[in-house]
Design a protein around this ligand. Structure first.
Ligand SMILES: [Zn+2]
Length: 333
């Protein structure tokens, strides 16, 4: 059969066809794994370990409060397209089960805190009796901070403290779980995930050693701080700092006058040198405590969320280093 094209053109066209199909094939094989993380700190860990092999969506963004999040229809859409979902666990994301159901999410869920030794909340109250929190929560949608106590002293959601990322040794566990979760969902890139996790874990461990050294150099009686909500139990245990949380109750509702008076009395009695505000809570209460006790306001700590880009806590490593530096500066004699 005679072609209307000269032989040379025919060869070029055939080559172009091959190139096109090769390009499509490659693009398909290299399409990044769709992953979703529940909140910004975990999202950063997933981004570090996943690198270019994943396409990541984070639900609760910078400065957001993942205790109280209200998912959007857009979240459900993102989740329905995802192959793997990373969550903190320890009853942190109480709004997630409803969302995964609404999204018809059929992928794998990875609990980043799996293997962490959970801490109990150190607050007084009826810690032994836990309510059926599903029922409690449904009838008490008053934006109370979820893990705190209501007027009767009951926990709203479980007794385990979810803020495990505030100990870098737990951050290492998170990174390992993320790597194994990604490797299971995307075995073709398993080596990449494990390699990135190993490099990242080395940085976490170096910062952990630095934090321990920093606080060990400060006299024990100076290592006391007031923060807004009870988010630093793991930090305190790991690095030898006593945290008094001003908001035994909620991020929105005001504690009673009696509760505030008790905290002020404790700050005076124990000579707590500094109070800190958090990036996710209102600064009002701790500012009042500082005014009435003479404790200094040490600055802002990143508790449950990263900062926006360009601010000091835009990554997990940066927020942690910032917290260590701010605390150490305020507690130094
Ligand atoms: Zn919290």
């Amino acid at each position: 059969m005679r072609s209307i094209l000269p032989p040379r053109r025919r060869v070029l066209l055939a080559a172009a066809g091959l190139c096109l199909s090769a390009a499509f094939g490659a693009a398909h094989a290299a399409e990044p794994l769709k992953a979703v993380a529940s909140f910004s700190i975990l999202g950063d860990i997933v981004r570090e370990v996943g690198g270019n092999d994943i396409s990541l969506t984070t639900l609760v963004g910078p400065d957001g409060d993942a205790h109280e999040y209200e998912p959007t229809p857009g979240d459900a859409k993102k989740l329905s397209a995802a192959r793997v979902l990373f969550v903190n666990g320890l009853d942190f994301e109480t709004w997630l089960p409803k969302l995964t159901k609404a999204a018809g999410f059929a992928g794998q869920t990875v609990v980043a805190s799996q293997g962490v030794t959970p801490r109990k909340f150190a607050e007084q109250g009826d810690a032994g009796k836990q309510e059926d929190h599903g029922d409690d929560h449904d009838h008490d949608h008053d934006h109370d901070h979820d893990h705190d106590h209501d007027q009767d002293g009951h926990h709203h959601h479980g007794d385990a403290d979810p803020h495990a990322w505030q100990d870098l040794a737990n951050g290492v566990i998170y990174a390992r779980n993320v790597a194994e979760g990604l490797a299971a969902a995307d075995p073709a890139h398993a080596a990449n995930y494990r390699q990135r996790a190993t490099a990242y874990i080395a940085k976490l461990q170096a910062l952990d050693a630095h934090a321990k050294k920093t606080f060990a150099a400060i006299p024990a009686e100076r290592r006391k701080v007031v923060t807004s909500h009870d988010a630093f139990g793991y930090f305190g245990a790991a690095y030898g700092v006593v945290f008094v949380s001003a908001m035994g109750v909620s991020t929105d509702a005001e504690p009673s006058a009696g509760e505030v008076a008790a905290i002020i009395e404790q700050v005076r009695r124990e000579r707590v040198p500094a109070v800190f505000v958090e990036n996710i809570t209102s600064p009002r209460l701790v500012q009042q405590i500082a005014r009435e006790t003479g404790a200094k306001v040490g600055g802002t700590l990143y508790s449950d969320a990263l900062s926006k880009p360009g601010q000091p806590g835009a990554t997990y490593l940066e927020m942690f280093e910032w917290n260590v530096r701010q605390l150490a500066a305020a507690l130094q004699p």
